[in-house]
Design a protein around this ligand. Sequence first.
Ligand code: GLN
Length: 275
Amino acid sequence: LDSCYSKGFISYKPMEIIIGWLYPKLMSTYGDRGNVITIQRRAQWRGYNVIVLPLDQESTAEDIKSVDVIVGGGAQDRQQEIVMRDLQGAKAEAVRDKIEHGTPGVFTCGSPQLLGNYYEPAFGQRIEGLGILDLVSVHPGENTKRCIGNLVIEVTASRLAQELEAMAGTKPYLVGFENHGGRTTLGKVEALGRVVYGLGNNGEDGTEGAFYQNAIATYSHGPLLPKNPIVADWLIQTALKLKYQQEIKLSPLEDTLAMQGREAILKRLKVNLPS
Ligand code: GLN
């Protein structure tokens, strides 16, 4: 296709978005692959070219540097440990550099635990994290209850909340599903939101997730993006804006089914959100 563009057979080259998918072989336990598919399809439906680049153990720091948006899913403790043994040196620096320079991303459950300072699993040694997000996560032991169930949050991270509200025209509430043993405590990092229903970071302080630069960290599986398409659009818009250095306005999509799904969940949970 590239040679067709360069030879002038095709005059219009659509914008392209490269989705970097962190460790799909090791970190796909909780269905977060749906986040990758949602970004991919919503970008393609608007005519953008999309490449999904798996960032597994075989990948290099150069691969990581090439991506425009990063998706990291949940994993079990054992797999998290393997990932952290691999995510060292130049690869770790590439992830850090991307996030620090505003590459947007959505990191769910096990992934934010690894982007934080450390994760202490129920068994075994503390797993040192990348320290990009100032947070720590501790599993209180196998005899404690896991945090499992539906999760509804109000986005409170100020810039993100403003940008989502500007795109959707309504206050941003996210619907998801949490399933984690680890409890997260935030340091000097903004929470993604406040818990309206469910447990969130630790079941105690009412915070959920974290937001840093353009990285969204959350305990919400679901997966998150099909239930909250506005967040997928924010990721696409932010990625394209950064890559092409111009304002991007995405064309609207038909989201009635997704909205009906959200309404059904909220109704079942008896959560009334202000309109
Ligand atoms: N292993 C981590 C925990 O139980 C992450 C789980 C997940 O990614 N859903 O806290």
